[in-house]
Design a protein around this ligand. Structure first.
Ligand SMILES: Cc1ncc(COP(=O)(O)O)c(C=O)c1O
Length: 395
């Protein structure tokens, strides 16, 4: 019997339909349609990976490389290099309480984490504004993202976070230095939050993708280094920003030993193993180490200060807390326009692209994220000039 298939019923799942559409491609389309636009949108760095990575990749391709599947958790040499880096720089002793797993970037590390710890309907607490892919991952996993506002200067409100914990809560997520706000959480706040998670029997997922991007001597702190944190703390890292390696897709996570079996199942199914060639590049990048990023972070600080000085002028209709990290400002615009419309008009009428704060669930009425990491200082300042002109005209 021929069964007639009604293709109109071949829809995505209700779960995926509930996931917000990524905003970067929409802004990217408007930008492409408006030639000459300066993009202060995408959160990438302007610099290339260390040249040593190119040598490693050439050698890998040229040698009688091993083209079979590799270890699920990543190549032993890379895992060992990461463990050394974690001990030296982050104060995180990996074994025996925890494990390193190499992933295809920090985003996959977060997805692994959420899939490993949630059942459908479980809750994950995300301080708002949040990194939109974190919220998307939670919804994709069938869990519930519970947003908890940060303070006016984008710092954690520990009491509000504590009040948001329910019987279904599985984790609180922190990102420091933060995307989209640039806020760096002080050690004391991260210690308090980590202790809260421990005492309430939930996980603390901490994303350190921007660990090298702090300014003015503000220290970066890794809660995974706290004594007794190993059993409930997941620390996530990325080579995308630190080494200008976004397209290579390498990140890693430190996970409690108790989650190893779960993460192993997820990783084995989704990735089987991290791509060998990218891991070779990562080994070379880690051998160059932190000084590589440090050389690029110093000039970024000058750009950061110049932007703040410009946006703080009295006649610019916005206010902006001065954050200490990453390469973002989340600017509150004194406007009744919705942020998506403001973003579109800034691109189409003033040729400057930003990201609307609504994509990050920023509770303020109209905000935009400025990213100053992706372009040279001159281009950023020209983009800023257009932005200021645009804000004055549109608001
Ligand atoms: C906070 C945060 N985590 C993770 C990522 C993704 O990093 P990766 O390229 O390693 O997946 C980003 C990228 O913008 C980010 O801002």
């Amino acid at each position: 019997m021929n069964r007639r298939v009604d293709s109109s019923s071949l829809n995505q799942s209700r779960r995926l339909a509930a996931v917000q559409a990524p905003v970067i491609p929409i802004v990217g389309r408007w930008t492409a349609e408006t030639p000459g636009t300066i993009s202060l949108g995408q959160g990438i760095v302007s610099y290339q990976p260390p040249p040593e990575t190119a040598v490693a990749v050439r050698e890998f391709g040229g040698a009688l490389a091993d083209h079979r599947y590799g270890p699920v958790e990543g190549l032993a040499t890379l895992v060992a290099a990461i463990e050394r880096k974690l001990a030296d720089e982050n104060g995180i002793p990996v074994r025996p309480g925890s494990r390193v797993v190499v992933t295809a970037g920090g985003n996959q590390a977060f997805m692994n984490a959420v899939l490993a710890i949630t059942d459908p309907g479980d809750e994950i607490i995300l301080p708002t504004p949040y990194y939109f892919n974190h919220e998307m991952a939670v919804v994709i996993a069938g869990a519930v993202a519970v947003g908890v506002p940060t303070s006016a200067d984008y710092q954690l409100d520990i009491q509000r976070l504590a009040d948001a914990i329910t019987d279904r809560t599985r984790a609180i997520v922190t990102v420091s230095p933060n995307n989209p706000t640039g806020a760096v959480y002080p050690e004391a706040a991260l210690r308090e939050l980590n202790a809260l998670c421990r005492s309430r029997g939930i996980f603390h997922i901490h994303d350190e993708a921007y660990e090298y991007f702090t300014y003015g001597g503000v220290p970066h702190f890794s809660p995974g280094s706290i004594a007794g944190a190993a059993g409930h703390t997941l620390s996530l890292y990325s080579l995308s920003k630190a080494y200008g390696m976004a397209s290579w897709r390498v990140g890693y996570m430190v996970i409690p030993d108790g989650l190893h079996d779960a993460i192993n199942k997820i990783q084995d199914t989704i990735l089987i193993c991290p791509p060998a060639v990218s891991q070779q590049a990562a080994i070379a990048a880690l051998a160059v180490g932190r000084p590589y990023a440090a050389a690029h972070v110093a000039p970024l600080d000058d750009v950061r200060r110049a932007i703040f000085a410009e946006l703080s002028r009295e006649d610019v209709p916005c206010d902006v807390p001065s954050p200490d990290g990453a390469f973002y400002y989340l600017v509150r615009v004194h406007a009744s326009l919705d942020p998506m419309t403001l973003t579109e008009r800034l691109i189409k009428e003033h040729k400057v692209a930003t990201i609307p704060g609504s994509a990050f669930a920023d509770p303020s009425r109209c905000s935009i994220r400025i990213s100053y990491g992706a372009l040279g200082a001159d281009s950023v300042m020209e983009g800023l000039r257009r932005l200021v002109t645009g804000l004055k005209a549109l608001v």
